[in-house]
Ligand binder design. Structure first.
Ligand code: PEP
Length: 251
């Protein structure tokens, strides 16, 4: 499986700013090979950026979706709509959505099912808060989130799924989990997948890390055996930083 480096732009970049960033990324990432690169701009830019990304190999992701196909759901975006803009991936259950917009393990599960139904690959975010870590509840919290999000899925669907381990205390704070700390949780998630599904179905599931990933910590993170990529927030808004992260050095 190829490593996956995904940039989550969050609520940043209007259409012109996004286009400028994409032009720069196209240029800087031209020679990066054997890495799958995804960007998740705001919904409003997806359609336009899809045209600008043609033939670049860089793929698009939505930052969220709603599980219904269409109807009276003011403000929501369906999987079908994301698909029609050219998205291949969608981020589901980001901690900001859980904390600020009331997402639960059950809404995350419904969104994962909807993404798969529409042919979108879900990047399912899980991770503990600082309080949970300090109370020694990291692994139990991650277990609940992963098993909740994937509950009821057939093993055959798992080849489309990516798990993003993002400790909440490391997102946007400049604090990164030490590569060894992250590896411990990634290894736990890998074992959990083996418990929930047959080994063959989850062989190629990528478990990526997110939380203040930067050019100066990516190489060490990627050297860990169970870290298969990164979900990058702040640093994905700077073309040079994101390009350096996507072009990480294999130690
Ligand atoms: C994120 O939003 O998924 C994230 C990891 O943000 P940052 O890299 O800024 O911590």
């Amino acid at each position: 499986m190829l490593p996956l480096i995904a940039g989550n732009w969050k609520m940043n970049m209007d259409i012109d700013q996004g286009a400028a960033l994409v032009f720069r990324l196209r240029d800087l990432l031209r020679n990066v090979q054997a890495v799958e690169i995804v960007i998740a701009p705001p919904f409003t830019s997806l359609h336009h950026l899809n045209h600008l990304l043609a033939d670049s190999g860089i793929k698009l992701a939505g930052q969220d979706l709603f599980w219904e196909k269409s109807g009276a759901y003011t403000g929501e975006i369906s999987g079908e709509m994301l698909k029609s803009t050219g998205c291949k991936y969608v981020i589901v259950g980001h901690s900001e959505r859980r904390q600020l917009f009331g997402e639960t393990d059950e809404t995350v599960r419904r969104k994962v099912v909807a993404a798969l139904r529409h042919g979108l690959k879900p990047i399912v975010c899980v991770g503990e808060t600082l309080d949970e870590r300090e109370a020694g509840k990291t692994l139990s919290r991650v277990r609940t989130q992963v098993s909740g999000a994937l509950s009821g899925l057939a093993g055959s669907a798992m080849k489309e799924v990516t798990i993003a381990y993002e400790p909440v205390w490391a997102i946007g704070t400049g604090k990164t989990a030490k590569s060894q700390e992250a590896e411990e949780v990634h290894n736990f998630i890998r074992e959990l997948l083996h418990e929930l599904f047959d080994r063959e179905s989850v062989r190629n599931v990528r478990i990526i890390y997110g939380g203040s990933v930067k050019p100066d910590n990516i190489d060490e993170l990627m050297a860990q055996p169970n870290i298969d990529g990164a979900l990058v927030g702040g640093a994905s808004l700077k073309a040079e930083d994101f390009a350096r992260i996507a072009g990480f050095q294999r130690l």
